[in-house]
Design a binder for this molecule. Structure first.
Ligand code: PLP
Length: 382
């Protein structure tokens, strides 16, 4: 239900750079609440597309927002491809009109694979790619695809460019698995996520990406000689504007969507704005501190406690539902925006967000939040 803005949103001065302001909704809001500024997200999309060399090269990651309406908005802006981390995200991306969805998670879990195969069958016009980094993974896909035909589904070989999380080493051993995928009629290309390259110094990042690019260029040249044709997906928010387009067809940053208190500092040159934040209410004040209603269950719990957000003062203590901040500037009842250090794990904690639309209206919009089952119906087992 659209909500009328009864009066102009109060733009309050806020932490960080002196000129930075974030709007507090001009009507009563239950907190903690995740707030999204549509104009800032679209601004960030344009900046990211510019850095990537064109929107047709962008493959934004859905895990940051898990919001079907944002996928639709990005498709309307010209985005053609999306990356996802879970089966539920594959479902919402395909249903929201994404023409191409990559499930960037090389699982061997038969149930999750069967679920993504079902998405591919239900959306024959959506191209769906998934990752493999082991013979076991390939077998698991072959098993599921032997009972359900999905010609729109392909597998990419996940390469480990140094993050040390998933993916096979960039080297001769990778060709055998890729050739086995090709023999199965399923090989669709390559994927390499360089999430370990997060140095705040752009020159250092340029150097690291360029070394990696040389290795991958040699690797892919040999792959082509061996009959393996396929493009490469790489990059996150720290490197999407550094990879040469002749080598990397798709760049897949995600956390640019809302930016963060860390991007603000490390990646200030990209020109992103804060597009998502947590609104909290001051519950209690005492000599030099204020207690707000945004604890570990409300904002970026994967970040070390004292760095979880940038707010009106340093974080002194955080419990599940409370945070204590060092400040003497807040009043009981005041509502305060907190800028997450990690937007993805802040947005994830909310299954709806309060959105300030481009035209200035405010509206609550659904998002997947922490749901893994997605919007799926109840199911009886056994
Ligand atoms: C496989 C993969 N691709 C892309 C991204 C997006 O990177 P970033 O969060 O730097 O935007 C991530 C983030 O964790 C990821 O795991």
């Amino acid at each position: 239900m659209p909500m009328p803005a009864r009066r102009q949103a109060a733009e309050i001065p806020f932490g960080g750079t002196p000129s930075e302001t974030l709007p507090v909704p001009p009507f009563p809001v239950e907190t903690p609440c995740f707030v999204i500024l549509e104009d800032a997200v679209l601004h960030n999309l344009r900046q990211t597309a510019k850095g990537a060399g064109g929107i047709e090269r962008l493959m934004p990651h859905v895990k940051t927002h898990r919001a079907p309406w944002l996928i639709e908005a990005m498709v309307a802006e010209g985005v053609r491809a999306f990356k996802t981390a879970t089966a539920a995200e594959v479902e919402i991306a395909a249903a929201a009109g994404a023409p191409y969805v990559v499930w960037a998670y090389p699982t061997v879990n038969a149930m999750a694979i069967a679920r993504v195969v079902r998405v591919a069958c239900a959306h024959p016009n959506v191209r769906i790619d998934a990752l493999v980094d082991s013979v076991e993974g390939l077998r698991a896909w072959q098993t599921e695809l032997s009972v359900a035909s999905a010609p729109n589904l392909r597998l990419r070989l996940d390469l480990d460019p140094g993050l040390g999380r998933t993916g096979v080493a960039i080297g001769p051993g990778a060709y055998d698995l890729a050739l086995a995928m090709q023999d199965a009629g399923l090989f669709g290309g390559w994927h390499a996520y360089d999430g370990h390259i997060q140095n705040p110094d752009r020159q250092v990042r340029i150097q690291l990406v360029s070394e990696l690019a040389d290795r991958l260029r040699g690797f892919l040249a040999t792959a082509r000689d061996r009959g393996l044709e396929g493009d490469l997906i790489a990059a996150g928010s720290y490197s999407f504007d550094l990879w040469p387009s002749e080598l990397v067809r798709w760049v897949s940053p995600g956390s640019w969507t809302y930016s963060s208190s860390q991007h603000d500092v490390d990646l200030a040159d990209v020109g992103w704005r804060i597009g998502g934040y947590v609104l909290a209410t001051v519950l209690s004040v005492r000599e030099g501190t204020a207690t707000l209603d945004a604890g570990s269950k409300a904002i970026s719990p994967d970040i070390p406690l004292t760095d979880r957000f940038r707010g009106p003062g340093p974080i002194r203590l955080m419990k599940e539902e409370h945070v204590v901040i060092t400040t003497d500037r807040l009043k009981i009842g005041q509502q305060v925006p907190l800028i997450p250090r990690h937007g993805c794990t802040a947005a994830y904690l909310y299954n709806r967000a309060l959105v300030r639309l481009r035209d200035g209206r405010w509206e609550y919009r659904a998002q997947l939040g922490a749901s893994r089952s997605g919007y799926a119906p109840e199911e009886r087992l056994g």
